[in-house]
Design a protein. Structure first.
Length: 242
C-alpha cells in the first residue's frame, strides 16, 4: 500500500494537488502538508533555517512514506533527507540537481526576479504563475486553474516567499545523484519552461504534453506515474527486508 507525501513548490500551497484527487487508487494513502508559512501553518521566525524547517516538518514527513517534492518542494525535501530519517523513496518532480541552469532559468534571471519581487511582490507572484503555465499545451487554461485554486493573493507572507526565492538559488540536490540517502526518481514535464533536461540525472522520466504544472495539465497521467514509482519503492523495500 503506497503512502505518498506531496510537497508543493514556491508561491503555491497544498491546494495545487487537488486536481489529482479523483485519480488515486483506493489503496493509496496521500497527504499534502503545507510548508511553514503557507496556508494555515505559522511561519518560521527564520524561514531560511533548514534545521528549524526539519523540526517543523518532522511529523508531516514520516520515513515509511514516499516523498514527492515539486519544484522548490523537491529541493527542500532533498535537504530534509539529510536532517530527518530518510523516506522510503523520494520523487523529484519538475526539479533538477539545481533550479538555475543556463539552458532554462539562469542565475541572472532568478536574481532579476528576486529584485522585481522585492519591488512589487504581488505583481511578480502573478507573473511567476504565468511563467509556470507557459509550457503547458493550453497556458490560459492552466492560468485560470491556478487563479481559481489559489485566489488573487499570494498564499504566504513576504518573508517566507523571499526566503523561498533565495533557496531556489542556493540549494542543490547533487547528493541525490552522488550519494542518495534513499531510492530517488526524477519526473518532469516535457515542455517545462523552468527546467533544463541537461540538469537532470540520467534515467529521468518524462511526462509528455505537460510543462511545469503537470498536476493541472495531466493529473491522471501524473497520479498514475507517482503511484507506479511509489509501488516500485515499496516493493523494493519489502524485498530488502525478506
Amino acid at each position: 500500500m503506497p503512502r505518498l507525501i506531496l510537497l508543493h513548490g514556491w508561491g503555491v500551497d497544498a491546494r495545487i494537488w487537488r486536481p489529482l484527487a479523483p485519480h488515486w487508487r483506493a489503496d493509496c494513502q496521500v497527504a499534502s502538508p503545507d510548508w511553514p508559512g503557507y496556508g494555515d501553518r505559522p511561519a518560521l521566525s527564520a524561514p531560511q533555517d533548514l534545521d528549524a524547517l526539519a523540526e517543523a516538518m518532522a511529523e508531516a514527513l514520516p520515513a515509511d512514506a514516499v516523498w514527492v517534492g515539486w519544484s522548490l518542494g523537491g529541493l527542500l525535501a532533498a535537504a530534509l533527507c539529510r536532517r530527518l530519517s530518510a523516506p522510503r523513496g523520494l520523487i523529484m518532480l519538475g526539479m533538477g540537481l539545481r533550479f538555475c541552469h543556463p539552458a532554462a532559468v539562469n542565475d541572472a534571471a532568478l536574481n532579476d526576479f528576486r529584485r522585481a519581487f522585492a519591488r512589487a511582490p504581488e505583481a511578480s507572484w502573478r507573473h511567476f504563475l504565468r511563467w509556470q503555465a507557459g509550457g503547458e499545451p493550453s497556458p490560459r487554461v492552466i492560468w485560470r486553474q491556478l487563479t481559481s485554486l489559489l485566489g488573487d493573493t499570494p498564499p504566504a507572507a513576504l518573508p517566507t516567499l523571499s526566503a523561498g526565492l533565495a533557496q531556489l538559488g542556493e540549494l542543490d540536490a547533487q547528493h541525490l545523484a552522488s550519494a542518495p540517502p534513499c531510492p530517488v526518481a526524477w519526473l518532469y514535464g516535457a515542455r517545462d519552461p523552468l527546467l533544463a533536461p541537461a540538469g537532470l540525472p540520467s534515467g529521468a522520466e518524462t511526462l509528455p504534453d505537460s510543462g511545469h504544472c503537470t498536476m493541472l495539465s495531466q493529473p491522471a497521467a501524473l497520479a498514475c506515474a507517482l503511484q507506479r514509482l511509489a509501488d516500485g519503492f515499496t516493493h523494493a523495500s519489502t524485498m530488502g527486508r525478506q
